[in-house]
Design a protein around this ligand. Structure first.
Ligand SMILES: NC(=O)c1ccc[n+]([C@@H]2O[C@H](COP(=O)([O-])OP(=O)(O)OC[C@H]3O[C@@H](n4cnc5c(N)ncnc54)[C@H](OP(=O)(O)O)[C@@H]3O)[C@@H](O)[C@H]2O)c1
Length: 282
C-alpha cells in the first residue's frame, strides 16, 4: 500500500487525484489530522486514517501495512518541523515501511538564507540515515505562489523585488503532484534525489516582460532586501516577513536556479512553462 501524509493540503490532494488515475483506491492510504477534511476521497474508496506529525504513536497506527510512504513536509518551521518529520520517519521504521518519498527544497543547507531549506537539509539527513530507501523531491518554488509575490504589479506597472538578475526554475504544484504519483507507482527511484522544477529558469525581469501584455508595460525594479523586508513587515508578522525576505535572498544567491530534466522525465512531457501559466491567470 502507498500512504500519503498531508493529504488535506494542496499538494497532497492533487497527488491523490493523480494516484487514483494510476492505482486502485483501496491500495492508497491518505493520512490527515482531521479525516473530515477529505471525505471526498473516502467516498471514492481511499483508506483514510488519522495522524498528527506531533504524535508518533498516531503514525505507528496509521502506517500499518504500508510499504511506500510520501511524507509531505510540514507547514511549521525550525526544530518543531524537524521533530515532526522525525516522528513520522521513526514510526515508518517501527512498522516496516520500506521506502519514503519526501518533499524537500532546492539546495538545502544549514547555511541557507531561506530558513525552510535548513529544515529540509536536516530532514534529508534523518532520512538518509534511517536505513530505509528514500526518494527526495527537491521541489522548486510553486508558480502558484507567484501571484502573491507579484502583488499589484500588473495594475501599477511596477514589479518591486530584491532578486537582481537571478533566476528561478519555477514549476506548477500540479505538475509536481503528477510527477510524485508517477514515481510512487513506478520502479527505480530508490535513494534518488530529484531537482523538481523547470528545465530552464526565469528572472524577475522575464516575469515583468511576460506580464507586459495588451498594451500595458510592467517594469521590474530591483530593490534592496532590507527595504523589501521592511515593506513586508508593514503587512505581515515579522517572522513571516523574514521568511519571504530569506526566500528573496536565496533567489538572489541563485539557490532556486536549478534547471533539471527530472520533472520532464517523470511526467513524460514538458512541465507547464512560466509564460503559459502567467497567460492562463492574466
Ligand atoms: N515549493 C513551494 O513553493 C512551497 C510553498 C509552500 C509550501 N511548501 C511546502 O510544501 C508542503 C506542501 O505544500 P502544500 O501547498 O500542499 O501546503 P498546504 O496546502 O499548506 O498543506 C500542508 C499539509 O500539511 C499538513 N500538516 C500540517 N501540520 C501537520 C501536522 N502536525 N500533522 C499532520 N499534518 C500536518 C496539513 O494538514 P491540515 O489540513 O490538518 O492543516 C496539510 O495537509 C508545505 O507543507 C510546505 O512544507 C512548498
Amino acid at each position: 500500500m502507498i500512504a500519503i501524509t498531508g493529504a488535506s493540503g494542496h499538494l497532497g490532494k492533487a497527488t491523490l487525484e493523480f494516484l487514483l488515475m494510476k492505482t486502485t483506491p483501496e491500495s492508497i492510504v491518505a493520512i490527515v489530522r482531521d479525516p473530515q477534511k477529505i471525505t471526498e476521497f473516502a467516498d471514492k474508496g481511499v483508506i483514510v486514517r488519522q495522524g498528527d506529525y506531533e504524535d508518533q504513536a498516531s503514525y505507528v497506527a496509521s502506517l500499518t501495512g504500508v510499504d511506500t510512504l510520501l511524507l509531505i513536509s510540514s507547514a511549521v518551521l525550525g526544530d518543531e518541523r524537524v521533530n515532526q518529520h522525525s516522528n513520522v520517519i521513526n514510526a515508518a521504521k517501527e512498522v516496516g515501511v520500506k521506502h519514503i518519498f519526501y518533499t524537500s527544497a532546492p539546495n538545502p543547507s544549514l547555511e541557507s538564507s531561506f530558513s525552510p531549506a535548513i529544515d529540509h537539509f536536516r530532514t534529508e539527513t534523518l532520512l538518509k540515515d534511517s536505513g530505509l530507501a528514500y526518494t527526495i523531491f527537491r521541489n522548486n518554488l510553486y508558480m502558484d505562489v507567484l501571484p502573491m509575490v507579484l502583488g499589484d504589479a500588473v495594475q501599477s506597472g511596477k514589479l518591486y523585488y530584491p532578486a537582481g538578475d537571478s533566476k528561478v526554475s519555477f514549476a506548477l504544484r500540479n505538475d509536481m503532484a503528477e510527477a510524485l504519483a508517477n514515481a510512487l507507482t513506478s520502479e527505480g527511484h530508490e535513494n534518488q534525489v530529484y531537482d523538481i522544477g523547470a528545465n530552464t529558469a526565469w528572472s524577475f525581469g522575464d516575469i515583468a516582460s511576460y506580464l507586459s501584455q495588451n498594451g500595458k508595460t510592467v517594469d521590474y525594479i530591483d530593490i534592496l532586501g532590507r527595504d523589501y523586508e521592511a515593506e513586508l513587515g508593514k503587512h505581515l508578522p515579522p517572522v513571516v516577513a523574514k521568511i519571504f525576505a530569506g526566500m528573496a535572498e536565496g533567489i538572489k544567491k541563485s539557490d532556486f536556479n536549478v534547471p533539471s530534466s527530472s520533472l520532464t522525465e517523470l511526467l513524460g512531457r514538458e512541465p507547464v512553462s512560466l509564460d503559459a501559466y502567467l497567460k492562463s491567470i492574466a
